[in-house]
Design a protein around this ligand. Sequence first.
Ligand SMILES: [Zn+2]
Length: 303
Amino acid sequence: MRIGIDLGGTKIEGIAIDGANELVRRRVRAPRGDYGATVREICNLVAAIEAAAGRKGLVGVGIPGAVSAATDLVKNANSTWLIGQPLGRDLEHALGRPVRLSNDANCFALSEATDGAGQGASVVFGVIIGTGTGSGIVVNGRVLEGRHRIAGEWGHNPLPWPHDDERPGFRCYCGQTGCIETFLSGPGLSRTYAALAGTEADATEIATRAESGDWSAARALAYYENRLARSLASIINVLDPDVIVLGGGLSNIGRLYTNVPALWQPFVFSDSADTPLVPARHGDSSGVRGAAWLWRDTDEASI
Ligand SMILES: [Zn+2]
């Protein structure tokens, strides 16, 4: 049995799976701002899941950040109370077993590559577009973590082939200006819309307004699609994945899947660019499922 934990900013979700079968699912509120309470809450969740399932499992945890390869401490977390903490070591100590941690976008990509929209593809690029932008790379069923465990962190590259009115771009929390995330996150789309319409709306509302003929909303989405096309073209040029899977709140905008591939061809250095762009199969469950998949069959046999 594998247990996957998805550590979010507002909730902690956990599942137990046996093969592809989900046995138990639990969700608790995340103790915001309190690292010690976060560790305790994860352990309580694992105990509750194991009590319900009637057996113990291997534990994988998806975190909103990365584990530094240099120090084994959490870095790049938007749940800032995790930064600089030895989360992996503390969980292993508290749970009395090895625990695997990975970035939540890596878990998303792994879930979709294993039995989701990227199943059967050799190289999967998974993107979460929501409050931020995260992404992960899975090659032959395994997460590509990278030397610094930042592989796939494409949201903090600059927006490619920027137009004059996109330069220098917005300041990003990472310290740079004009990052992809500042354009392609939900708040990024909202900012584009507000500049056109003179009024605020969130990404879901913008999509709804565009469908009902709102000119500003349609214009904002057209900008968004063009920027997403350029940003994904830069990935195709480097990684040339077999499939690109979108997750997160903005992945529910259906027109992206036809409009974006139609726009990326001029930026892809190839005579054809037929990379499938598809929505996630497991939706919001992909994070927690992917965390469980951090333990593979071959690993289980060796423990
Ligand atoms: Zn940035």
